[in-house]
Design a binder for this molecule. Sequence first.
Ligand SMILES: Cc1cc2nc3c(=O)[nH]c(=O)nc-3n(C[C@H](O)[C@H](O)[C@H](O)COP(=O)(O)O)c2cc1C
Ligand code: SF4
Ligand code: SF4
Length: 252
Amino acid sequence: MVLYFSGTGNSRFVAEKIAKELDDKAVDIKKFLKNEAVPDFKEGGVYVFVAPSYVSAIARPMTDFIYETAFPKGIKAYYVVTCKASMGVSPEIDRRLSGRKGFKYMGTAEVKMPQNYLVYFTTKEKEDNLEVINDALPEIDKIAKTIKAGKRLQSTKMKSGEFQITVFVADLYYEFFMKTKKFSVSDECISCKKCVNICPYNNIEMINDRPVWGDKCTHCMACINMCPKKAINYGKGTKDKPRYTGPYDVIS
Ligand SMILES: Cc1cc2nc3c(=O)[nH]c(=O)nc-3n(C[C@H](O)[C@H](O)[C@H](O)COP(=O)(O)O)c2cc1C
Ligand code: SF4
Ligand code: SF4
């Protein structure tokens, strides 16, 4: 089974490609984070967990989900992390998590995909994103074939101390930077509720036909990127930046 978490579609795209090669299904964990009951994962065998890199490590919505969910002991756990530049210390996090859960850790692979973090970084136009996605295709294929062959995924080695520093910084970042106060909505809003429906944490509600943000946010960037009217902004820096609407939209 392939389980994925995805804000803007990169991890979904990779998960679906891998699932196709494995003749398996790709399951979005967003529905479990939102409201659907988590099923009993009784099947043994191979599990592939696909998620973005947040703050130099596999995104916590995915690792928290794995930690809190019952899986059969001894499953073979593969991890695939999509990122703009680097999956950082994901392999060490995944190895430790697998150990705690009684999984057989089969490695972590990185896939470089377009940047989606427009509130703090620069997102690119469609043509540039298309190039990045096309460059990623052979790597996705290689990863899928490695998993299909039952082989381990090879990860790069970390520098000493990198793990502790990254986890320390990430703890602070999740606590103090993944905030919603700076989200705003313009008069372009057509009250379509796409932002409400897309948020993995049900953190947005419509009040007087306008979205209002609560406190539970993982900065997945789905709401701000996917708004069909570009009506959502974050502080003053996002107004003129391109929105990243995911690989399927870029390719179409
Ligand atoms: C909160 C946040 C933190 C991020 N941190 C990193 C990072 O540390 N390194 C990196 O290469 N990319 C980082 N990115 C970029 C994403 O990992 C990348 O665009 C990813 O493919 C998005 O996947 P998705 O479309 O499935 O959500 C970050 C994005 C977000 C939203
Ligand atoms: S997605 Fe955009 S247009 Fe639709 S309700 Fe949200 S802010 Fe308004
Ligand atoms: S509020 Fe927006 S950025 Fe935060 S978790 Fe929900 S969709 Fe993602």
